[in-house]
Design a protein around this ligand. Structure first.
Ligand code: NAD
Length: 436
């Protein structure tokens, strides 16, 4: 069965509106219409049109060399460098060097302009690779001097988990917008302080839940919202990886806040929340911590939890630090099921679904492909800064996961189910718009 939704086909639809005449595909216009509030709509659309016109004048259109019935190539149009949002990257470890910094090369609205590191020699090497001036290298003490660097509008915190709170709060005091890696922090109290600090400084806070910007996961979310498969009943997920070096911070309770659960289990938890658009009302959990294995003297190797939702949906999730990498989820609904395998990778995620059609199971495997999740995530945050929009995954989204993680640990400790209250306000902002 051919896939007929999402990113895959809509680019071929005819353009009919004023905005589409300046090059914005109808799906982008539609998604904007859905989220711009009535009071700000007129202003936002006119600034969008101005931005689109400016971009259109820079567009380079290459001639098509493939058959006309093949998908046309699109040539990306970037914001001019002086209009891109400048980021300071805090912490130059694996994620920063291997994923985030390279992703700037695939982003349209975001550029790296400063580095914060405890290792100046390493930072100088990286700065020279990315065209960052030596004068824009800071350490953890001089970090607050970012306040005096007007090139930096946003800070991306990529430090061990328990350091997020301090660096978000100091960054907010420097009046910079903050993108913070997951998990947001290691306690509910820290999450609340981070949200309050950003609100007091009137800066935006977004938690880097990259899967919520990844095209296959977004397609899964739309599939469920469309209701083709009926109401979700069971969600089953695992996220495991095999940790090596026993001295790494991920296995140190005070730096990591826990073991596999807050690091990789959080993907399963966040996925069931954004797919179902429900919040759990009860969790029951169990931890496995073989202390004879030197890696797990302080934190759990694996965590198994069940979460119950108001509609009757039940999630059964596992996280592991002691098994080969495996990242899968399946959401079972009234008239079919959707699967992601892999579900949480940097690349190669694959959605498929099976639907009951005329009494028979029909499987669909769309070719959605990869886009750089980190570039999409950073560009979403940059757009929110440029147009004063609410991020899709603000601090409240991280706080809610942290509350549930705390309940999971409480349940594992007490051996009893733990009740949760549903947040009074949505924890997520409007859906990100579809970039070309
Ligand atoms: P890493 O160990 O590779 O890098 C951590 C950096 O923090 C290093 O540069 C290190 O020097 C620095 N640092 C400063 N103080 C430190 C201290 N006291 N102890 C240890 N390191 C210290 O870690 P990483 O994999 O880059 O993870 C960083 C953050 O990014 C974590 O919050 C992690 O959960 C998150 N992360 C997210 C993803 C994702 O896919 N979104 C993937 C990996 C990591």
């Amino acid at each position: 069965m051919a896939a007929s939704f999402g990113d895959v086909k809509t680019h071929t639809q005819p353009m009919t509106t004023g905005l589409s005449r300046v090059g914005i595909p109808p799906r982008m216009i539609e998604s904007r219409r859905n989220f711009i509030s009535s009071t700000t709509k007129t202003i936002a659309i006119s600034s969008l049109a101005a931005m689109a016109q400016a971009q259109e004048s820079n567009r380079v259109q290459l001639s098509q060399i493939h058959a006309t019935d093949e998908k046309p190539e699109t040539t990306p149009t970037l914001e001019e460098p002086d209009k891109q949002i400048g980021y300071a990257i805090v912490g130059l470890g694996r994620l920063s060097l291997n994923q985030i910094l390279p992703a700037f090369g695939r982003s349209k609205r975001s550029k790296p302009v400063a580095l914060v590191s405890g290792d100046r020699d390493k930072a100088k090497k990286i700065a020279s690779q990315y065209g960052i001036r030596d004068s824009a290298i800071y350490d953890y003490k001089t970090y607050d001097n970012l306040a005096d660097n007007p090139e930096v509008q946003a800070i991306y915190i990529v430090l061990p988990n328990s350091m997020h709170a301090e660096f978000v709060i100091r960054g907010a005091k420097a009046k910079k917008h903050i993108l913070c890696e997951k998990p947001m922090a290691t306690s509910v109290e820290d999450c609340e302080k981070m949200i309050a600090a950003c609100a007091a400084a009137n800066v935006k806070l977004m938690i880097a839940y990259r899967q919520q910007y990844e095209p296959n996961n977004r397609a899964a979310s739309r599939l469920l919202s469309e209701g083709k498969l009926g109401a979700p009943k069971q969600f089953i997920a695992t996220n495991s990886q095999d940790q090596g070096d026993p001295t790494q911070w991920r296995l140190n309770r005070s730096l990591a806040g826990g073991g596999s659960m807050p690091d990789v289990g959080i993907y399963c938890l966040n996925a069931v929340r954004f797919l179902s658009k429900e919040e759990p009302i009860e969790v029951i959990a169990s931890l496995y911590q073989p202390t004879s294995d030197e890696r797990f003297k302080e934190v759990e190797a694996s965590c198994q939890f069940i979460a119950r939702f108001p509609s009757g949906l039940t999630a059964i999730c596992n996280s592991g630090y002691n098994a080969h990498k495996s990242q899968v989820y399946r959401i079972e609904c009234e008239r079919g099921f959707a699967e992601m395998n892999p579900a949480f990778g940097y690349v190669g995620n694959k959605l498929s679904w099976t639907q009951l059609v005329d009494g028979a199971d029909t499987k669909t495997q769309p070719s959605i492909g990869d886009k750089d999740q980190f570039a999409l995530e950073m560009d979403h945050f940059s757009l929110c800064i440029q147009q004063n929009l609410q991020p899709h995954t603000p601090g409240e989204e991280g706080l809610q996961d942290q509350k549930i993680v705390a309940a999971i640990y409480e349940s594992a400790r007490t051996g009893k189910p733990v009740k949760l209250s549903v947040p009074q306000k949505p924890t997520r902002g409007p859906e990100p718009k579809q970039e070309e």
